[in-house]
Design a protein around this ligand. Structure first.
Ligand SMILES: NC(=O)c1ccc[n+]([C@@H]2O[C@H](COP(=O)([O-])OP(=O)(O)OC[C@H]3O[C@@H](n4cnc5c(N)ncnc54)[C@H](O)[C@@H]3O)[C@@H](O)[C@H]2O)c1
Length: 357
């Protein structure tokens, strides 16, 4: 199976997609690594810890647990873990292995970024969403009371090991959450992936290995290409936010309780596609193709009782708002998006109303 390489201006690292790669984890630890700290959650460790423990057999390693919920994706658990690392002999030669979903990826990555001013992290994502998105690109963060991911840093991993076999215990809703990010990859940049998703929907939803492995590899290749070209989200990387501006407002409004991340992104992609068409960026037949693919991978949970006006107000406070301007990633056609900032707020509100319906 494929192996990719992020080759950004200041960092390069392998991203390997391979069934069973967890068993080879020790091979990807940096040379001269000291004590290894596996950071996971009790839930993930119970499901999948055995394979990683076996892989690290013979290496000095410790397993530490994070609480693993979005409410506890905060700085305090990291401070506690850092204390534990020191107590267990952690030093500047230590390495973190992040083993879990996107929350673990983000938190363990940030822990590695700040422990002793920075130690390496190997990302071993265990959700589909983390495999195709969160683990690649070096963004790490925790939440503040005032908002999501508001403190963090860019801390590129030493390696990313993506093992589609670990997904077999992933609940269906979490699997579908990751699928929305793959649908996004098709819409923003990958026409062949877009077509594949349309033609093989049944195989994908049934989790047939050849279909799952194919769409993971294609999405990973896309993300590797984009972050290699734009490590710090100055330009090209912004296309990855397609669906996220609207989606993020919805997650905030529902306090991260009603929807999983991918579902919020799907809502956002519906809104952005409607807006792209009505604001004159995307021809109607192309918008219809995009809406159809989103429909195919639905349904989304009901969104009754959510106020379009409140979502509109939240958009303005998004951390991706720059100098008071909301930037929207809108489709131009299948496989191409544009980042635009001058959009009529009345039209934006209508897009929200459409996506809520
Ligand atoms: N850094 C980035 O670039 C980036 C990108 C996208 C999302 N994120 C972040 O990722 C987080 C969401 O990640 P997520 O969707 O993976 O959710 P998550 O980390 O909460 O994991 C979802 C659930 O799946 C369980 N789980 C994980 N692996 C499992 C497995 N193999 N078998 C059974 N259960 C398993 C977890 O215990 C959890 O309950 C958000 O906090 C978001 O901000 C970061």
């Amino acid at each position: 199976m494929p192996s990719f390489r992020v080759a950004a201006a200041h960092h390069a690292y392998p991203v390997v997609v391979e069934r069973g790669i967890v068993a080879a984890a020790a091979k990807y630890l940096p040379d001269k690594a000291g004590r290894v700290f596996v950071v996971s959650t009790e839930d993930v460790w119970r499901h999948k810890g055995e394979a990683l423990a076996k892989a690290l057999d013979g290496r000095a390693h410790e397993v530490l647990f994070l609480p693993g919920t979005e409410e506890q994706k905060r700085l305090a658990p990291l401070e506690a873990l850092a204390e534990e690392m020191v107590e267990r002999g952690g030093d500047r030669s230590s390495v973190v292995v992040a083993f879990g979903g996107g929350i673990v990826n983000d938190m363990a990555g940030f822990l590695a970024a700040i422990f002793m001013r920075g130690i390496p992290v190997v990302q071993v994502p265990t959700t589909l969403l983390a495999q195709v998105d969160a683990s690649i690109g070096g963004k790490t963060a925790v939440n503040l009371r005032s908002g999501k991911n508001l403190i963090g840093s860019f801390h590129p991993p030493a390696a990313v090991l993506i093992d589609p076999a670990v997904l077999d215990t992933l609940p269906d809703r979490e699997f579908r959450s990751g699928l929305w990010e793959i649908v996004k990859a098709g819409i923003i940049r990958e026409t062949a992936l877009f077509d594949y998703l349309g033609q093989h929907c049944a195989d994908v939803l049934a989790r047939r290995p050849e279909a799952v492995d194919h769409i993971i590899a294609e999405s990973v290749r896309m993300k590797v290409e984009v972050v290699s070209a734009d490590e710090r989200e100055g330009d090209l990387r912004r296309i990855l936010n397609f669906g996220h501006t609207f989606g993020h407002a919805l997650e905030t409004e529902t306090a991260y309780q009603r929807l999983v991340h991918g579902e919020a992104v799907a809502f956002g992609m519906r809104a952005a596609t409607w807006l792209g068409e009505k604001a004159g960026y995307c021809p109607s037949p192309e918008a219809a193709r995009i809406h159809e693919l989103i429909r195919l991978y639905g349904p989304l949970p009901p969104l009754d009782g959510i106020s379009a006006n409140r979502l509109l107000a939240l958009l303005v406070h998004d951390k991706k708002t720059l100098q008071g301007k909301v930037h929207f990633v809108l489709p131009v056609k299948v496989g191409e998006v544009a980042v635009v900032s001058e959009v009529d707020p009345a039209l934006v509100r209508q897009a929200i109303v459409f996506a809520l319906s």
